[in-house]
Design a binder for this molecule. Structure first.
Ligand SMILES: [Zn+2]
Length: 92
């Protein structure tokens, strides 16, 4: 049970930082301890690892397509939902 709670909190921690982690946003950098914790969680959490893959493929698709047609609104909405679910898991 304790480990379950810790895992949910780590999902929350990861979801809150995922975009900054993947974008390497210079205006809001993660500190090395945060990056280590996030990467350790990604190594053991299939859901968050899948979210990273979604972000990466989404960003790549947006780079390729943005000049032509823009991102698929349904795919963007699905991505936001999956992150929202991760963020809301520690509220119950
Ligand atoms: Zn997780």
């Amino acid at each position: 049970m304790t480990s379950g709670i810790r895992r949910v909190l780590s999902c929350h921690f990861t979801a809150k930082r995922l975009q900054r982690y993947l974008d390497a946003d210079p205006s809001a950098p993660l500190d090395p301890a945060e990056i280590r914790r996030l990467e350790a969680h990604l190594a053991e959490c299939a859901r968050c690892a899948a979210a990273v893959e979604d972000f990466r493929s989404m960003r790549w698709a947006m780079l390729r397509l943005s000049r032509l047609v823009g991102p698929d609104p349904a795919a963007v909405a699905r991505l936001h939902r999956s992150v929202d679910e991760l963020l809301e898991e520690d509220r119950g």
